[in-house]
Design a binder for this molecule. Structure first.
Ligand code: 9D3
Length: 239
């Protein structure tokens, strides 16, 4: 899978993509990620990427021409490399909310272009002309699309077959088929007693059948307390 990211802050990706699952998947050739400085596509000497909003208002708006040129160039790169047509995703507070199903959909695309917005927003004409889908990571304000793009890339990289080592495996994730989209229950490791607190006896018992039942009960109880919304919805990972 090939991912190209358009951003004003390429350095924000170095840390997250240089560590952990994404770096291993990159090393293993499962995913190739590049960042592209939007300013490099500006034509004026000040390398302008934004302008004041028509009709007034606070903040600045990202210019459609610079963004359009960047997307066109990266699409051309993809075509020249014999890749499938990239899907263009804009990280945006107005987007469809990211969940495990959305991540799963994107993980099956051979080629993605992810555009990170900054400032008050992006000129609507660029979105109409160039963007296939706007994605939000949730109902809270962050400063720009970059942290959201990092979350999206991490979530979808985990779903590429072979991206996870033996250390942690996709089917035991909270939002995966194994737990039917419910929360994971409590987990424990040594020592068997810490600070006067004991590990539940069933975990030390070796009774596998009883243990499976206990884990399911713990998962159901926790989901009911913390995320009752998950009990009353279809498993979004599966359907
Ligand atoms: C007038 C209100 N504006 C600022 C408080 C709106 C606004 C503009 C730009 C709010 C956030 C941003 C920058 N955020 C993103 O680009 C973004 C985002 C987010 O803020 N939350 C969740 N997902 C995403 S994806 C991109």
């Amino acid at each position: 899978m090939r991912i190209r990211i358009i951003t004003l802050f390429p350095e924000m990706f170095d840390g997250p993509f240089g560590a952990s699952i994404v770096s291993r998947a990159t090393r293993d050739g499962l995913v190739e990620i590049t960042t592209h400085q939007l300013r490099d596509y500006a034509k004026d000497k000040h390398r302008t990427v934004d302008d004041t909003p028509y009709g007034g208002g606070a903040g600045m708006v990202m210019k459609p021409d610079t963004l359009g040129d960047a997307v066109d160039d990266l699409k051309q790169q993809a075509a020249n490399s014999g890749e499938p047509d990239p899907r263009v995703i804009l990280m945006s507070p107005q987007g469809r909310r990211l969940d495990q199903r959305v991540a799963g959909e994107f993980s099956t695309h051979g080629s993605l272009i992810i555009v990170c917005g900054r400032y008050e927003g992006v000129d609507e004409r660029f979105i109409e002309a160039c963007v296939d889908e706007e994605i939000s990571i949730g109902d809270y304000v962050i400063s720009g699309g970059e942290p959201a793009a990092i979350v999206l890339v991490d979530a979808l990289t985990r779903l590429i077959p072979g991206a996870l080592g033996s250390q942690d495996s996709a089917p035991s994730d909270s939002f995966a088929t194994g737990l039917d989209g419910k929360l994971q229950g409590p987990v424990y490791t040594r020592p068997p007693e810490w600070d006067g607190r004991e590990v539940p006896e069933i975990l030390l018992s070796g009774d596998h059948a009883r243990l499976e039942k206990w884990r399911k009960e713990q998962s159901d109880a926790r989901t009911g307390e913390r995320r009752p919304d998950l009990l009353n919805q279809q498993n979004e990972y599966e359907d």
